[in-house]
Design a protein around this ligand. Structure first.
Ligand SMILES: C[S@@+](CC[C@H](N)C(=O)[O-])C[C@H]1O[C@@H](n2cnc3c(N)ncnc32)[C@H](O)[C@@H]1O
Length: 413
């Protein structure tokens, strides 16, 4: 069996049947699968997850009832190859038939032959943005962003480019576009490990929007900075690059190990603490000049890069994570010396995980420190009435978009 398709099949089954994150499922693929095959499998699985609603709507008229999950994954892979990835019809159909459990091979063959003939026009007639967005997310984004919900959903149907943050003194890789915030952007599908300079630690992968929180903290060289919820360390690296004295706190030991490996590749050093940031902050008290809190969240701002998020997250996750964030914000405030600066960020498009936190800041002794237009060139319009920053996937659409982040800055009174 074709190793790429069978790996794509494993990835989809892991996400849709066992509710695993796509990156986690990628890491769990057998070691014998070559990196190139893994990357190709990821591309196929991500295409299915990005357009799952549309793909299922194209398949539905040809199915009297939904077949077993493995047969359904084979059909989805075949349909994605036919409709989205430009695979020749005979190859797409034959490999999907090979993936399907034996009793379903006839069905998969017959359905995909029909999809090859009529699928493209059926797909064109669908409201893809709507079908590919779970209803609860559509309603929540419509309530928060009005008609922009459609542009957000459309941005999620396209693969995201590769964004790099550059270490000081490193030139951008050839062909990269330099965005107004300094991010070097390369086309979607570029593999970072194959870029010259990767092993030497000249850059790291980081979405343009994800680079904004550390830029807005802007610690002075030598400042004592706590980076809470730090792994895999994109923001830690930015903070170290400023010359600050960084303490990176991460609860998950596996993720902390990855942070250590990432810093080692970049030849950077930070104090690393594997701990829950809340009790750790209570022990340390107000000893830091600056704190960056990149709190755990639903990650609905990262669906372009992690399309499974749309299918794995549930509405009930939002208030639970918002409560976790509130606890972490309180802990972060307690770490600041008087006059210290706090930046709070979440990569969520849900206002409960962003704007709603502002109301509680004053009770924690935090004064808003509004983002100034000159600090965010090209994103002046993303500054909210309260001086926070709200990015969305449809911003910079002509350049390939950006993740959805909420970022707020405060000073300790
Ligand atoms: C959004 S990710 C952080 C991304 C990271 N700041 C970066 O830029 O690469 C959130 C991280 O917070 C960690 N985390 C969640 N709750 C935590 C807690 N109470 N204390 C410390 N780390 C926590 C998670 O394990 C996860 O690695």
């Amino acid at each position: 069996m074709n190793p790429t398709r069978s790996a794509a099949f494993s990835l989809l089954s892991a996400v849709l049947e066992r509710r695993r994150a796509l990156d986690e499922a990628l890491d769990a693929l057998p070691a014998r699968i070559q990196p190139r095959d893994k990357a190709a499998a990821h591309r196929i699985a991500a295409a299915v997850l990005r357009r799952l609603g549309s793909i299922d709507a194209v398949l539905e008229p040809y199915l009297r009832r939904e077949p077993s999950p493995p047969a359904m994954q084979a059909l989805r892979i075949g349909a994605a190859e036919l409709l989205l990835l430009g695979t020749p019809a005979h190859a797409a159909v034959a490999s999907a038939v090979a993936l399907a459990p034996k009793p379903f091979s006839g069905l998969v063959n017959a359905v995909l032959r029909k999809v090859a003939a009529d699928g493209p026009s059926a797909l064109e007639g669908l409201d893809g943005a709507r079908l590919d967005t779970p209803a609860w997310l559509w309603s929540a984004w419509h309530a928060a962003y009005g008609p922009k919900v459609r542009a957000i959903a459309e941005a999620h149907t396209r693969p995201a480019p590769l964004d790099l943050s550059l270490a000081p003194g490193t030139a951008a890789p050839e062909g990269a576009e330099i965005l107004p915030n300094g991010t070097a952007r390369l086309p979607a599908g570029t593999r970072i490990t194959e870029l010259p300079g990767f092993a030497e630690g000249g850059f790291w992968a980081q979405d343009a929007a994800a680079s904004l929180p550390a830029r807005l903290l802007a610690p002075s060289p030598g400042a004592r900075v706590a980076d809470l919820c730090a792994a895999p360390g994109g923001k830690t690296a930015q903070l170290v690059a400023t010359g600050a004295k960084v303490t990176a706190v991460e609860r998950d030991a596996q993720r902390a190990k990855r942070l250590g490996e990432n810093l080692a590749r970049l030849r950077m050093e930070a104090e690393m603490v594997v701990a829950d940031a809340i009790p750790w902050a209570a022990e340390r008290g107000g000893t830091f000049d600056a704190v960056l809190l990149d709190a755990p969240c639903t990650a609905t701002g990262t669906i372009r890069r992690h399309p499974e998020v749309a299918h794995l997250r549930r509405q009930k996750d939002v208030p639970k994570l918002a409560a976790t964030q509130a606890g972490l914000i309180e802990a972060a405030a307690g770490l600041l010396a008087p006059g210290g600066r706090l930046v709070v960020a979440t990569c969520s498009l849900q206002p409960e995980e962003g704007e709603a936190h502002l109301a509680r800041a004053a009770a924690l002794g935090l004064r808003p420190d509004p983002v100034r237009p000159e600090e965010v060139p090209g994103l002046e319009g993303a500054i909210t009435g309260e001086g926070a920053l709200r990015t969305r996937p449809d911003l910079w659409a002509e350049r390939g978009g950006m993740d959805g982040f909420f970022v707020a800055r405060f000073t300790r009174g």
